[in-house]
Design a protein. Structure first.
Length: 242
């Protein structure tokens, strides 16, 4: 066995190992900046490696190069912000409800574990990504990436999150809040900034609840959960940074 063949075989094995590693990182619940950076590095390694190993197979190399170029071109096209961000309210609420029952994990933002801010961000991220792909609007896809990369806290979302959210109401208790003031997807953040939930419509709220140890849906009036007797600021998505 030649030294060159052994090197190529080892390189190919390392490249293949990037695929399950990427899968593990994508589904790992706790979403840290280091993990996100690792995901990007793995993606680059997979793309670069696939082109390298396909170099001597002209048809395969050309096909891969065209696909990667098309994706890159799409992501860097200008796109456009939505005319009215409220069009995302119902898709956002639907995306949130899909995580009902997911275990509570502090710092989590995947189906294997969510915390309160992770749920709110992941739901809107999914709504933007889906709409961006199906309408071929790269601005919305970049907006989804922005939420993924700039993961934040309930406290920051309650303070405006760099202009991404605005306050539309305040209440001493969600049980006493007039639901006519709400739109699906509105966010309730405790005035202390330690917890948050999102409105699904029809007097239903969803949150990754540490007491319930899972993502749960609650219906107003809620008489047992402490968060429904806590002063809240009601926030609404205001701007997408694409």
């Amino acid at each position: 066995m030649s030294r060159e063949f052994s090197f190529n075989r080892a390189s190919f094995g390392l490249w293949l190992a990037l695929i399950p590693l990427l899968a593990v990182m994508l589904f790992w619940p706790v979403n840290t900046r280091s993990l996100r950076l690792g995901i990007l590095i793995c993606l680059f390694g997979i793309v670069f490696g696939s082109l390298t190993f396909a170099w001597k197979r002209l048809v395969v190399f050309t096909a891969l190069a065209c696909v990667y170029f098309a994706i890159t071109l799409f992501l860097f096209l200008p796109g456009h912000p939505p005319d009215d961000i409220s069009e995302f309210q119902k898709p956002y609420a639907k995306a949130l409800a899909a995580y009902d029952g997911v275990p509570y994990v502090w710092g989590g933002q995947t189906r294997f574990g969510m915390d309160c801010s992770g749920l709110v961000l992941k739901g809107f991220q999914n709504a933007l990504l889906e709409r961006g792909i199906f309408t071929l609007n790269p601005f919305l896809v970049r907006g989804a990436f922005d939420l993924w990369w700039n993961r934040t806290t309930a406290d920051e979302i309650g303070k405006g999150y760099g202009g991404r959210t605005i306050q539309v109401a305040a209440c001493s208790s969600l049980n006493k809040l007039d639901s006519a003031l709400l739109l699906p997807g509105d966010i309730a953040v405790t005035t202390s900034g330690v917890h948050m939930m999102a409105y699904l419509g029809n007097n239903k709220w969803i949150g990754a609840d540490p007491g319930e140890k899972r993502v749960a849906i609650f219906t107003i009036p809620e008489t047992k959960n402490v968060w429904f007797f806590t002063p809240m600021n009601i926030m609404r998505w205001n701007k997408i940074h694409g």
